[in-house]
Design a binder for this molecule. Sequence first.
Ligand code: GRF
Length: 208
Amino acid sequence: MDTHDSTDKARLGVLVSGRGSNLQALIDAFSGGRLNGQLAVVISNMAGVFALERAERAGIPTAVVDHRGWSSRDEFDRALVAELRKHQVSLVCLAGFMRRLGKPLLQAFPDAVLNIHPSLLPSFPGLHPQRQALDYGAKLSGVTVHLVTEELDAGPILLQRAVPVLDDDTEDSLAARILAEEHVAYPAAVEMMLAGGWRISGRRFARS
Ligand code: GRF
């Protein structure tokens, strides 16, 4: 398996569907000079979401690619690929993007699509991971940043950060504790990707 080289010309495309606090963490990391490269475009599948406003405020180009009205999920994927290519994106970050992606997008960006998920995968994939952790009675939860594959929330893991689940937690209080770690984890994972010197070996993301 080839080791990936570092790149100082990375162009990130961030896909969002909502409030965009993880997008903000990336904006802050780039504008603070911590990350090499630039945020090339922020794409939402829904108009009017706060994430788009955050991007506009930061002077980042935005686009809306509505997930409705395509003849298939692949067609939606292809529309996303076209928009990402238009902005010469080399790394795609899902940040609260609420649609599943398939082959057209994943093959267009091999080993170059990241997702952030608010649980310690493989525990609690899918929807409402914080509620799942509480219902299960887990004592630890956290955040996972992983490469996206066709299987939901199951790609090679770059980085995880754990938080305690407290006895009096509600879904909201646990989500807030995890979110604070998300904002540390996502820029750190992007930094790892951009630094290069890593390879994927089986399911393992390894630094060489
Ligand atoms: C985060 O909890 C993220 O892990 C999950 O969706 C939420 C998005 O929040 N995938 P935000 O839009 O980044 O604030």
